[in-house]
Unconditional design. Structure first.
Length: 133
């Protein structure tokens, strides 16, 4: 299964994990996307923040994101890792990009977002994400 390969690629089993309920959803726009082939082809770059992706015409025209904006889940959990002071989304790229695009277009999405955050430094707990649960 692709998820097993995915977990090995990022070394996710070896990280310390916390689950956060995001209290300020706009923070998602400032997360970075991970370096996936499909996203690199769509954006022409790697490791963009989601607000940066939302500025690109190729992302604005990407039909799966339009569908997510119209049918965004009432609750969702994304998986991210903290690396070199940044938060990289490794599962939930479409949801984050759709959220950022909706924000750019002034559309409000009513949702509860949780972030499962993996990190090597067990002492780091980013309070800006929201409430740890």
């Amino acid at each position: 299964e692709w998820r097993e390969k995915f977990f090995r690629r990022f070394g996710l089993r070896h990280l310390a994990w916390d689950l956060f309920e995001v209290t300020t959803p706009h923070i998602v726009e400032y997360f970075n996307g991970a370096n996936f082939n499909g996203w690199r082809k769509l954006t022409g770059q790697k490791y963009l923040r989601f607000w940066e992706m939302a500025q690109l015409e190729s992302v604005q025209k990407h039909l799966p994101l339009r569908d997510f904006i119209e049918n965004f889940p009432a609750e969702t959990t994304i998986i991210a890792i903290r690396y070199n002071g940044c938060i990289f989304v490794v599962e939930g790229m479409h949801r984050c990009a759709a959220y950022a695009l909706a924000c750019r277009e002034g559309k409000k999405i009513d949702t509860k977002i949780k972030v499962a955050l993996g990190r090597k430094n067990k002492l780091f707990r980013p309070l800006f994400l929201g409430k740890r649960i």
